[in-house]
Design a protein around this ligand. Sequence first.
Ligand code: GLU
Length: 302
Amino acid sequence: MSNPYIGRFAPSPTGPLHAGSLVAAVASYLDARAHNGLWLVRIEDIDEGRSVPGADHAILALLDSLGMHSDVEVVWQSRRKDLYAAAADKLGAHAYPCGCNRREILDSRLGVAPDGAAIYPGTCRHGLAPGRSMRSLRLRVPEAGEDTITFIDRFAGPRTQHLAHESGDFVLKRADGYWAYQLAVVVDDAEQGVTDIVRGADLIDSTARQIHLQRLLGVPTPRYLHVPVVRNADGEKLSKQTGALAVLPGDEGAALDALLHAARFLGLPLERPASLAAFWQLAIPAWVAMLAERETRTLALP
Ligand code: GLU
């Protein structure tokens, strides 16, 4: 029998796990446990230029010392490139070679997508101009009018995105030769049977692109829940430097501090428990209650 709930935490090993990424880890873990589901960890090291050697194992060791163990074998995206290549092949004519560089795209002044990516003006949509060679592989999004993607986020509520104007044709394979996050994440979530994605709200604007890819690849769309992002006093998203976690293996007190901090950020009103096991025992029902209460409040809105 297949498992009815498979969740995941998918850190990029660009540095040690920090207080911000711990919130996403804890939320995804609590949601999986609350559903008696499986929780898996996937190392998203597809952007090999940004990966920091050893950060993957440091993240896994830290998760272990917090009592969070992947229910299935951990996978590394850098070892799964054949899967991404096969998916790109499957996309056929929806994907096309693009010869534009960053400057040319920015010069078109269509602006940037909510996640900061420059919106592509469609220059190479109908073929590379003579004398130009392929730099990246792009996905053609539907024309305006047929480009609307709607989904219900279990935390943020209903969301709608118009791909043509809010994303434009987006990159599947980058000019540096690495597969893009959007493709790799969709392929992996489908291949690993992920039913529920719980992650930081900084990725909510990527979701429409991912749903579009899922449809083209004929794979199911998971449920989504995006939790708020931890910011520093200046309102900036925490970086690996500013939010570093000081948890050494075996230091249960520090582990509890880090977990309590993440849980309280998520709105779980927990008192400090005596042990890690007690923390998880209290946090799971508190997570369920927080989501139920949130749902009631959202429904009660006029
Ligand atoms: N690898 C991404 C990150 O660390 C998360 C991707 C995802 O959860 O979809 O920000």
